[in-house]
Design a protein around this ligand. Structure first.
Ligand code: PLP
Length: 489
């Protein structure tokens, strides 16, 4: 096993100590962005791996210089850039356990608890975020959940399932059509402000996507969707899939499911909801209004590895009819067949890869939900929302700034703004502000654009951020703004 059991015990204790020290250090902020240039690693590593084994102590000594010094410290209390990345000690412990069992959950038979813990966790999680019963394995219908590695994979799997369903329908309607001809007529829909991964999944699935205009709330409205479907049907296209977003990455805004849902039902189009970030907020009853209309949707994903204290990778996906998943990518060679397959789930049909990790995926949720508890997870979400509200207040108290969208969860989109300046000039000013903030590596804020308006995103929700660190971040933004404005850019 590489190390003697006694050496492993000692090394593992030492590594845990290192992890705790690293985390404690990040609470005071520091510089989350490393001062390294592309190619820096070449100078820090020998050009080839060692022929003979090295002591674990020697390898650990290099962790600081080789790994941490060149890393972005996502857990720093000065990081407000991207949506949060989930982490917690229960989740890390589960990862260790997962790696240790070396189970590969290809089929139910290759690791029964791997599959069954997952189906139970998906039901726990569905209940925790109040999903309609139809998505539960133990619900009234054929629904169920599965864990994917990422939101991108969850969206890809549902698009492939929708494509396959339409293909079967078209072939049974007119068997003379070629698969190529049917595929070439397919079309999918999403908002202009959906995550770029939606466009990428459409490229992988070879189903062109039409990016729809949004209203002033950055939301797809039913009338826009209906018009697009009608236009496409007139041109003999086949609408296959709609991806709505709850909690758009650029603006944390929400597509209108109450309007889109009935249209998709009437038109028999698969309606998927991507709530990769905002889904964790559904743990809290006060945020559930953002998901009105879920009763109409065909599938739903959110990523506990963002805001639910679960380490990467863990993206939850539920479908109303699990047969749609099983029928889409079902290739069943003899070496995967087993006696129980008629009444068990083989999750390999629900994902691109065949092999799947065990504990990393399922026990992470099990450990996190049990050791932190749903109330503890709600507290974590509420803390992030509270920090965003505080930052919003601070921005609004300085009349040089503007908050762009309603702050509903942990994201504040803001910019420097002057009443009589042109959009170009204001964009330029905010670009300079972002460059100034980036230059000294102390705080991370990410830029974005909606309708050509350039702005900065402040995203709360990382574990070690608190009221004081939020105030410090705002002071930093103000200092940098003074600089930018003084230089009369
Ligand atoms: N969808 C939304 C709304 C997101 O915010 C993100 C990432 O931040 C994604 C999808 C992509 O997630 P992943 O990296 O898990 O594919």
């Amino acid at each position: 096993m590489g190390l003697e059991p006694s050496e492993f015990r000692e090394a593992a204790h030492c590594m845990i100590d290192k992890i705790i020290d690293y985390h404690e250090g990040l609470k005071s902020g520091g510089h989350p962005i490393p001062a390294v240039e592309p190619g820096f690693m070449k100078e820090r590593l020998p050009s080839a791996g060692p022929e003979n084994k090295e002591l674990w102590q020697t390898v650990f000594d290099d962790v600081e210089n080789v790994v941490l010094d060149g890393s972005v410290h996502w857990l720093s209390s000065n990081n407000y850039g991207f949506f949060p990345t989930g982490i917690s000690y229960p989740s890390i412990l589960a990862d260790i356990l997962c790696s240790s069992t070396a189970n590969v959950g290809l089929t139910w038979a290759t690791s029964p608890s791997c599959t069954e813990l997952e189906t139970n966790m998906m039901d726990w999680l569905a209940k925790a975020i109040n999903l309609p019963d139809c998505f539960l394995h133990n619900g009234k219908g054929p629904g169920g959940g599965v864990i994917q590695g990422s939101a991108s994979e969850a969206i890809l799997m549902t698009l492939l399932a929708a494509r396959s369903k339409v293909m079967q329908k078209e072939l049974s309607r007119d068997p003379k059509q070629s698969i190529h001809e049917i595929t070439s007529r397919m079309v999918a829909y999403a908002s202009k402000c959906s995550h770029s991964c939606v466009e990428r999944t459409s490229q992988v699935a070879l189903v062109p996507i039409r990016l729809l205009d949004v209203d002033e709330n950055i939301s797809i409205r039913g009338s826009v969707l209906q018009k697009a479907i009608e236009e496409d049907r007139r041109q003999r296209k086949i609408p296959v899939f709609v991806c709505a977003t709850l909690g758009a990455t650029v603006s944390c805004t929400y597509d209108n499911l109450m309007e889109m849902g009935p249209i998709c039902e009437k038109e028999q189009i698969w309606l998927h909801v991507d709530a990769a970030y905002a889904g964790s907020a559904l743990l809290c009853p006060e945020h559930r209004y953002i998901a009105h209309g879920l009763q109409h949707v065909t599938s739903f994903n959110f990523s506990p590895n963002k805001w639910m204290m679960v380490n990467l990778d863990c993206s939850a996906l539920w479908v109303r009819n699990s047969l749609d998943m099983e029928n889409s990518l079902n290739v069943n060679p003899v070496y995967f067949q087993h006696k129980k397959q008629s009444n068990t789930i083989d999750y390999r049909h629900w994902q691109v890869s065949l092999g799947r990790r065990f504990r990393s995926i399922k026990a992470k949720l099990w450990f996190v939900m049990r050791m932190i508890g749903l109330e503890g997870l709600r507290h974590h979400v509420r803390k992030g929302v509270g920090q965003a509200k505080l930052f919003e207040e601070l921005v609004r108290s300085d009349n040089r700034f503007q908050v762009l969208f309603p702050v509903t969860l942990g994201l504040v989109c803001f910019r420097l703004c002057f009443p009589h300046a042109t959009l170009e000039k204001i964009n330029d000013l905010n670009l300079k502000l972002r460059e100034e903030i980036e230059k000294d590596r102390q705080y991370v804020l990410t830029p974005s654009t909606v309708n050509e308006v350039y702005f900065l995103r402040f995203s709360a929700g990382m574990n070690f951020c608190n009221e004081e660190s939020v105030r410090r971040c705002w002071e930093h933004v103000q200092e940098k703004s003074d600089l930018v404005l003084k230089s009369k850019i």
